[in-house]
Design a protein around this ligand. Structure first.
Ligand SMILES: Cc1cc2nc3c(=O)[nH]c(=O)nc-3n(C[C@H](O)[C@H](O)[C@H](O)COP(=O)(O)O)c2cc1C
Length: 189
């Protein structure tokens, strides 16, 4: 990162980079790690793909409505999202407020852009995490389920913590997102 820039513009640049990742399967930020809180208060993390960045730095992730993370988010909408670019040695930690979209205009819009193959991810007859019976070697799909279980997790950032490891001195910035604006500062790494 170009640390001669203002902290606010560095954060805007990072979001532009995240947006590039939504269109580039090889981008280091394509995969992030989403942390939620289970109903028993134990943290849960999983790999996710960021699918879209909307105006207002809203990050969209697609998921199956029946997956446990959906209930976890409904119960505790504050979540963590982590990215790491090993080439730049750059870590991005976000805390965000998550919202579940299900069978609304946003879901319909995104569903219509998915290929038939991608749609099958959300058309398993059994919910994610259900036991596979011995006779079922693979989970079965039912295309007539349509978009019933397709849902979107939208994340609105609360704050960001960016750390870049450098041989001549690590660099770190933190920022807060309020009223659709970032305010940030440099801190000790
Ligand atoms: C490379 C990779 C990408 C993934 N992307 C997603 C994703 O975008 N959305 C999703 O719901 N699960 C995704 N998964 C699966 C999750 O990591 C997780 O196993 C699944 O969603 C169940 O999570 P839960 O039981 O905590 O709800 C991905 C897994 C891998 C390995």
């Amino acid at each position: 990162m170009d640390f001669t820039k203002t902290v606010d513009s560095l954060i805007s640049d990072l979001f532009m980079d995240l947006e590039l990742a939504t269109d580039d399967r090889t981008h280091p930020y394509r995969h992030g790690y989403l942390a939620t809180t289970q109903v028993d208060h134990i943290p849960a993390q999983r790999t996710i793909i960021i699918r879209r960045i909307l105006p207002g730095n809203e990050i969209l992730i697609f998921t199956d409505y029946r997956s446990p993370k959906v209930q976890e988010i409904k119960q505790q909408p504050q979540v963590g999202l982590l990215f790491y670019d090993p080439n730049k040695k750059l870590q991005i930690r976000l805390q965000a407020t998550a919202k579940i979209h299900h069978q609304d205009a946003l879901c319909l819009r995104e569903w219509s852009k998915l290929s038939d193959h991608r749609k099958t991810d959300y058309q398993t007859t059994l919910p994610p995490g259900a036991d596979l019976l011995e006779e079922d070697l693979v989970s079965s799909h039912d295309p007539t389920l349509g978009s019933n279980f397709f849902s979107i997790i939208s994340l609105t950032p609360l704050n960001i913590d960016v750390l870049e490891l450098r041989p001549n001195g690590h660099q770190r910035i933190v920022g807060k997102y309020e009223n659709r604006e970032w305010t940030g500062r440099r801190v000790i790494a």
